[in-house]
Design a protein around this ligand. Structure first.
Ligand SMILES: NC(=O)c1ccc[n+]([C@@H]2O[C@H](COP(=O)([O-])OP(=O)(O)OC[C@H]3O[C@@H](n4cnc5c(N)ncnc54)[C@H](O)[C@@H]3O)[C@@H](O)[C@H]2O)c1
Ligand SMILES: N[C@H](C(=O)O)[C@H](O)COP(=O)(O)O
Length: 323
């Protein structure tokens, strides 16, 4: 008997490394019950015992348990099949339903290929994060990437760089800071989180000589929220990620995707976890993508998927102890 419901893992893109890292992660996450929603055939051949189950509560940690989901046809490494796209998308929605009903403790997503889903299923979202927010009724969410050495949150996510200045409004930054703070308290057990805020422009604008947003509103907004949220900045982004600087904060809220993700994927690509904060259910994912270039070679590193499963399970345990 499991102490709490198992995690629901989505199949992700079968043409990528998803099936391999899920299978390998099974052997590395002893004691954590999970099942994967997908085509059982896609998970054979990785040297891990598989078992088809009929309901989440049948999932046990001693085998890779698969709750069948309609993702038809073979997995073709590096060659996504458009016929599989609808099933890949609906597996995410089904995992969310199971987590929302209490049948699963949380959702762990294997990597999707965004363009393959757009081409094959007219998937209108730029990523899981936005899709999950929509499934949750338009929740305010943030995408955090976390490893032992660093946590980062981009205040704007999957948009073109040219669109960032317009999307980065005071409301958007305040929401990102509030959701990040709440997530650090609830899911990471930090009573008084310290949040560093990056500037948008080089040298955080250098007093308005290299950009105006810091002078016009970012500095004032961060100062106003500082007593409540423990935030400080804006800091020049190029000097806030070295080891001594990282020791001064628990998370860095950045202004755009690459400002946040380049440092963490450089410091710990293997161990990073993507976690969506602000949802009414738990969701984690590896920090990497479908890796078509190595799919089918057996060379996929499961460390990030392993860390994503462990993080979701730890979060579920922490939330289970909430009073
Ligand atoms: N959580 C997600 O669903 C998620 C995350 C990131 C990217 N993606 C998507 O994945 C697709 C491909 O993205 P990309 O090529 O920019 O990044 P990627 O992470 O798939 O690959 C980048 C490089 O890292 C290597 N790599 C990735 N995962 C690895 C692993 N587990 N073991 C060993 N090497 C690994 C790849 O071989 C490649 O050389 C895109 O559609 C992107 O949007 C999805
Ligand atoms: N932005 C993420 C990254 O580069 O790691 C990746 O695209 C995943 O995003 P979703 O979890 O929203 O699919």
């Amino acid at each position: 008997m499991n102490e709490r419901p198992p995690l629901a893992v989505t199949c992700g893109e079968p043409a990528g490394v998803g099936p391999e890292i899920v299978a390998k992660a099974r052997a590395l996450t002893a004691g954590v019950p999970f099942f994967v929603l997908g085509n059982p055939d896609h998970f054979a051949g990785f040297g891990v015992e598989t078992r088809v189950i009929a309901a989440p509560e049948e999932a046990t940690p001693d085998a890779l348990c698969i709750l069948p989901h309609d993702v038809p046809g073979p997995a073709r490494p590096g060659r996504p099949d458009p016929a599989q796209a609808p099933g890949i998308v609906s597996s995410i929605a089904r995992a969310v339903e199971l987590a929302s009903s209490g049948a699963a403790s949380g959702v762990v997503t294997a990597p999707i290929h965004k363009k393959a889903l757009k081409d094959g299923a007219a998937f209108p979202h730029p990523g899981h994060t936005e899709y999950l927010a929509a499934l949750a009724g338009g929740a305010n969410v943030v995408m955090m990437l976390a490893c032992d050495a660093l946590r980062v949150v981009p205040a704007t996510i999957h948009i073109a760089l040219s669109d960032v200045p317009a999307a980065l409004t005071p409301d958007a930054l305040e929401t990102a800071l509030r959701v990040t703070h709440a997530g650090l308290v609830r899911d990471f057990g930090l009573a008084r989180p310290r949040i560093a805020v990056a500037g948008l422009n080089p040298h955080a604008g250098e007093g308005g000589t290299m950009g105006q947003q810091e002078v016009d509103w970012i500095t004032g907004l961060v100062a106003r929220l500082a007593p409540e949220l423990g935030c400080f900045g804006p800091l020049p982004a190029d000097t806030m990620f070295h080891e001594a600087a990282r020791a001064r904060y628990d998370a860095a809220v950045c202004m755009y995707h690459d400002q946040a993700l380049i440092p963490i994927k450089t410091i710990d690509f293997a161990g990073g976890v993507n976690v969506t904060l602000g949802l009414p259910f738990i969701r984690t994912s590896p920090d990497h993508g479908t890796a078509f270039d190595i799919a089918g070679t057996g060379r996929a590193d499961p460390t990030s998927m392993q860390a994503a499963i462990r993080m979701a399970w730890d979060m579920a345990g922490r939330r289970g102890r909430e009073v």
